[in-house]
Every structure is written in C-alpha cells, then in structure tokens.
Design a protein around this ligand. Structure first.
Ligand code: NAD
Length: 693
C-alpha cells in the first residue's frame, strides 16, 4: 500500500487501485508498488481473483512520456505484464475513461477486461511516431482479429466500449458500478475454475489471415497508403503481420526492437514535439484559471461563401446552432445548398449518417436581416477581404449585437485592431482565422487585438475546442503567422523558374521533403486568378503568373495553369509553360542553369524560418512551437519534421544563417537577410526550442 497503489479485499477477491493523477500514467513511482502488489496477491492463497482498477477519471491512459528516452527503470511495463501473465488465478482489468497505449497493453496482460460503457480504448502510439512497445501489436490481433487490429494500430483510433465488446476486446460492460461489476465477474470466473487463457495464447482469430498472407498484405498496403514517408505506420503494420508469421515470443521481441529503433528517430522526436506543442499552445498569456469563458449558446456567421459555409459547418458539427446572414436570398440559398451537398458527400462516403446530417442541418438557419443575429453570443464575419466591407459589417454588428456578444473576423490579412475600431466595443473583437476548407482544416489562428479582453480570447479557445480545432493565439500583423510566412516561402518561386527550374522540379523538391503538394500544384488547385487580382490591386507583377492568367490559365478550374489537367485533377507538365518560362528568362537576360533540390529548399524554406524568427522577435507568436502548430495543421508541413522551427533546430541554425547570408549576398533580397534573433541563436549555439516562451 502506498500513495499510488492500494489494495482492498472483497471477500476472496482483491482489488488493486492505482491512483496516479491526473491520468494514471505508468510512471516509475507507480509501477514499482503495482508490481509488488501484483506479486503479493499472486502468491496469497487466500485470494481467488484480482481486479485491477484505477481511481480518478480514467484507467491508465498511457506511458509517462516524460520518461521516454531517459534511463530504463525496472520494473518496466513489460515486467508488470509478465507478472500479470504469471497468474494462474483470474485477473480482471476494470477499465474506464481513456484506456490508451500502455494502459491498454497493461489491460491486455490480464485474463479479462470489464469496461465502463463510456470507455474509449486504443493504441495511439503511431501518433507519436512510435508503435505500441509492450505487446499491443501482438496481443490486440489475437483478441479482435488482425484486420481490425491493423486498422486500429495504424490509425491510432479510439474504440468505444460497445465496439470493443462486439470485437472481443472487452468481456463485459458494467451497467452499474464498474468495480463492483468487475469483482462479481472475477468471482464468477474464479468459481468456474477456468481455464483462464492468456491473450498471448489465443490464436484462433489469427488462423484465417495466416492462411492467406497475400490478402493480409493487400490490407497492409491499403492501411498504410497515407503514411507519406512516416516510418511508424509501416512498423506498426509490419509488427501486426509478425503476429501472423512468428511465434508470440519472437513477435514480441521484434516489436520491442522496432520500438527502440523508432524512439530516438528524428520523426518520433518531431511528432512528440508536436504533441507537447499542441498542449503548450493552449497556455495563453493573461488567461489564468480565474478567466472564465463567456457562454456561447448560439452563433452568427456573416457571409455564406467558401469560408462562411465551412465555418458554419465547423460550428454546427461542434453542437453550436448557427444563423448565417447573406446579402441576398439567392446568395443565402446557394450557400446553404453548398453546405447540404458537402454533407451529402460525407453521407455517400459512409463517414456520416443521414440522421447526423439532418441533425446538423437542423442547427442551421439563414437570414438576410441583421436583427435575427441580436441574440447571438458570437458572430463571425467572413465577407469579402476589403476593409470597406468589413467596416460596414462591423458598424452594423455594433448596432445590433447584444451586450457581451463576441465579434470575430475571419480576415486573412487585414488589421484586426482597425476592424475593432469600427465598433464601440473593441474589447469584444478579435480575429478567428479559419483555414479552407474550414469544416476540415484543423488550424484556427485566434488573433488577439490590442484591446481584446482575456475572457473573449478564452471564449474563442473554448469554441475552438468544441469545433475540434487546434487553436493558436497570434498577434496582429499582415497575414498573421501562417500567411505571413507563406508569403516569404513564395517570394523566390518565380525566380527559381526563371533561373532554370521547372514547376515540376520545384514541386518535386517539396513533395520529396514531405509536403503533400508543391506550391505550383497548390496554386493551380486554389486558382491562380486570386493572386493575380491581388497583385493587380497592389500594383505588383509576376512575369510567369501574370502571363498564365492573361491566357485564361487559372489552374485546375480552367484545365490549365502551371500544369495541364487532362482529367481535371492530375497535373501534367506542359511544354507550353516551359517554353513560356524560357522566353520570359530570355526577355530578362537570365541564362538558365540546372537548379538542385537543395537550392530549392534553401530559397523557399529558409526564408520561412527567417520570417518565423521575426515573428518571434515581434511577439506575434508566443513561442516557436506555436508556429510549428500553425504550419502542421494549416499548411500541411510534414509532421515527421515537426514544423519549420523544430526542423530548423534539427538542421542546425548556424547552417541556415550561413546559407541565408549567401543568398542575401547573391540576390540582395530582404527575405534572405537573417533576422537578428536567428543570428543570435546561431552564434550562441542556441535553438528555437530553448527560447523561453
Ligand atoms: P467568398 O467570396 O467565397 O465569400 C464571401 C461571401 O460574403 C459571399 O457569399 C458574399 O455574398 C458575402 N458578403 C459579402 N459582403 C457581404 C455583406 N456585406 N453582408 C453579408 N454577406 C456579404 O470569400 P471567402 O473565400 O469565403 O472569404 C471570406 C473571408 O475569409 C475573407 O476575409 C477572406 O480573406 C477570408 N479567408 C479566406 C480563406 C480562403 O481560403 N478562401 C481562408 C481564410 C480566410
């Protein structure tokens, strides 16, 4: 008995209760007494069965990741499981809350599992660039079958208790008190006399897949097709496959070997960095525990265009009823129809039921009358990106919104302080910058204005959580964190083409780095006319981009852009474009040369990192890891590289400064001039991670 592990008796059944708040993680200080208690009870002849339960809000929710990479301290989780598996009398895990990772592996060491009906079970190690290293890939397939286990482990998905019961992962669901049910279950099993078969010894669900490995390999191919250069999903799949081809002990040892191989890898470090970064991003200066978010029972969205529609969907998906306001009935109806057909796609794909769609649509209403927004607690504006239009809308909102209503703008670039100044209540105004498509993309940049009140920020964070977004609080500047850095990434793209690269060479350098798409394919997808119009309004030009648009080549939507789209979707290099580039280079007197992938990276990614350093200097972002969260969740930065700032630390800041200086000398472009903060860190041997937030 100690602070973390206690034992109680209910007749001949012993109940071990683990109490290691907040989530009963498998820290060394609880493993040691748990192992001792398990051994005592195993050897105690007066005990007929043992129930393993947890106090607090959850069963063991996983390893203590702060111990990862540190010295090994015995007993390990593997030792605990070995102790459980040395039992002849029945052991029952009583699981509730989030039974995840090492927690589920511990429960799989027991003979039986009884679950609270709300339990979620899963092996999410893949999300940290790892695989379950304590038998998860060997025991789960034996319980639920290798096909289901493969899918669950490769995606890291959480399985609800009802599914777990149907699949055999749990043996019973507790309708009433969990521990009492588990005690009764254990007593019954003890009385039955067994046999109590260990999970590791159950092979019957493996037989079919063992007999047809080709079919299983096809499943692996399907399950890992989105792995995109990440090692962990492949290792997870291979390890599940090993359960079919190897005896248990061998598969178990191999799993541990994979785990130890992945643990020190750059990819896993990057993914663990992102895991912590997401939690850090929720800590916002000025939002202390006593700052209470305002209640949001109903929201309004202004504009039913691309963003207004997506934002409305994100809110209703999170259970918040929305009234959308448009300028005309026609625009409103079109917007609502687009939302309905977007949901239809999910229904067709099978990811949403008709009832779910109906429920969501029922939370949506439309209007052309501002008075209908008078009872909204939050109103998000998503109208055209013009200060004049924003001014009109915010003046109107100031007239009609109830006191205490939060007024947010989805502006991509405009000055949120200026927008706030159009109202008599700037403390209630902030930016809520969603990304397109807003019903899908995880990122939400929450733009804190000069006068934004702390409880207004706290409310935006709470709404983000309900809408299942990943929020990052940023300051006011042109383009905030994401779009501002995107501009610096894009600055050299035309020059790279003129100096000798082709669009597909540039895009290939990006996809080889791990981006889902290169910038030219991306431009074609988004529509080249947007940038063209923007340039015209700013009096700027781009030799190649402008020439394409003048030819009516706006990208995928016109079947042609930087590439040709014969089937409407697949980019094909177009000799016409390559010829255009050569001509434009000639006009400018540039003699073209071969351009390496390294050069492409240096001239696109390094300026981004440089801009990130400036963003930190100006305190637009509170910490480097916030910038990583923006880029991974809003722009597809490869998660295996952890975001631009983490990647920069890994690559070495001194090298980045040296190359920036080289390119600055060669081109004279400001984007390459190293930011003072970057230079300082590089000269001190420091890192972005080492900066105090
Ligand atoms: P959009 O043109 O698709 O939609 C704008 C909608 O607003 C139109 O339906 C229009 O009828 C309506 N509207 C215009 N003025 C209005 C008014 N006074 N009252 C009511 N409705 C009005 O534009 P969008 O792409 O959805 O962009 C909207 C905002 O979101 C802009 O500020 C933009 O910068 C920002 N944004 C866009 C993206 C993107 O990728 N499209 C991403 C993030 C942010």
């Amino acid at each position: 008995m100690n602070q973390y592990v206690s034992v109680a008796r209910d007749g001949d059944v012993a109940v071990i209760t683990v109490d290691n708040p907040p989530v009963n993680a498998l820290s060394f200080h609880m493993r040691e007494p748990l192992d001792a208690a398990l051994k005592d009870l195993r050897d105690d002849a007066s005990v007929a069965a043992v129930v393993l339960a947890c106090a607090g809000r959850t069963f063991v929710a996983g390893a203590d990741i702060t111990e990862f990479g540190g010295p090994r301290q015995n007993p390990t989780l593997l030792d605990l499981i070995a102790t459980l598996e040395s039992y002849a009398k029945p052991t029952v895990a009583a699981v509730h809350g989030t039974t995840l990772g090492g927690g589920l592996e511990l429960a799989l060491g027991c003979h039986y599992r009884v679950a609270d009906p709300k339990t979620l079970l899963g092996l999410p190690e893949v999300k940290l660039g790892l695989l379950p290293g304590a038998g998860g890939t060997q025991r789960l397939p034996r319980l639920i079958g290798p096909e289901k286990a493969l899918e669950a482990i490769v995606t890291g998905r959480f399985m609800p208790a009802s599914e777990a019961l149907a699949d055999g992962l749990v043996d019973a669901i507790a309708e009433d008190d969990l521990v009492k049910t588990a005690i009764a279950f254990a007593r019954e099993k003890a009385a039955s006399g067994g046999p109590h078969v260990l999970v590791r010894d159950r092979d019957e669900k493996l037989a079919a897949a063992r007999a047809d490995l080709d079919a299983f390999d096809a499943r692996i191919k399907e399950a890992t097709k989105k792995a995109r250069g990440l090692d962990a999903p492949l290792r997870c799949a291979q390890s599940v496959r090993n359960a079919l081809t190897m005896p248990f002990e061998e598969g178990y040892a191999q799993e541990l070997a994979y785990f130890l191989e992945l643990l020190p890898s750059d990819q896993s470090k990057a993914q663990r960095h992102l895991f912590f970064a997401e939690r850090e991003a929720a800590k916002v200066e000025g939002i202390t525990r006593d700052v209470k978010p305002r209640e949001v029972k109903r929201a309004g969205v202004i504009g039913a265009g691309t963003m207004g529609g997506g934002i409305s969907m994100a809110l209703v998906n999170g259970g918040i009823p929305v009234t959308i306001l448009e300028m005309s009935r026609e625009a409103l109806n079109n917007g609502l129809a687009r939302i309905s057909s977007t949901y239809d796609i999910s229904v067709k794909r099978g990811s949403m039921s008709e009832e779910d769609k109906a429920k969501r649509m029922a939370r949506l209403s439309g209007t052309t009358d501002y008075a209908d927004l008078a009872n909204c607690d939050l109103i998000i504006e998503a109208v055209f990106e013009e200060m004049g239009v924003k001014e009109q809308v915010f003046k109107k909102l100031d007239e009609i919104a109830k006191p205490g209503a939060i007024l947010a703008s989805n502006t991509s670039y405009l000055d949120v302080d200026k927008i706030a100044s159009f109202t008599s209540r700037p403390a209630d105004v902030l930016g809520m910058h969603f990304f397109s498509p807003a019903n899908v993309m995880k990122l939400l940049e929450i733009v804190r204005g000069e006068k934004t009140a702390p409880d207004v920020l706290a409310t935006a964070l709470a709404v983000a959580k309900r809408a299942k977004k990943v929020p990052v609080v940023v300051g006011v500047c042109h383009g905030f964190v994401g779009n501002r850095m995107l501009a610096s990434r894009s600055a050299e793209l035309e020059s790279l083409l003129l100096e000798g690269a082709t669009p597909s060479e540039v895009d290939k350098a990006f996809t080889d780095f791990g981006w889902p798409m290169g910038p030219f394919a991306m431009g074609d997808l988004a529509g080249l006319d947007i940038g063209w119009r923007n340039r015209k309004s700013l009096g700027k030009t781009a030799a190649i981009g402008d020439a394409l648009c003048e030819e009516g080549r706006f990208g995928q939507k016109t079947g042609k852009g930087f590439y040709l789209y014969e089937d409407g979707r697949t980019p094909k290099p177009d000799p016409w474009v390559e010829n255009l580039i050569v001509e434009k280079a000639k006009e400018k007197g540039i003699s073209r040369r071969a351009i390496s992938a390294d050069e492409i990276t240096e001239r696109t990614l390094y300026p981004m990192i440089n801009e990130g350093a400036k963003i930190l200097e100006e305190k637009i972002a509170a910490r480097a890891s916030d910038i990583d969260i923006v880029w991974v969740n809003g722009y597809g930065f490869p998660i295996g590289k952890g975001g631009p700032m983490h990647w920069a630390d890994t690559a070495g800041l001194a090298r980045i400064v040296e190359r920036l200086e080289y390119w600055h000398g060669k081109t004279g472009e400001d984007t390459f001039k190293p930011a003072p903060l970057l230079k300082k860190l590089a000269s001190e041997g420091g890192s972005f991670a080492g900066l105090k937030g």
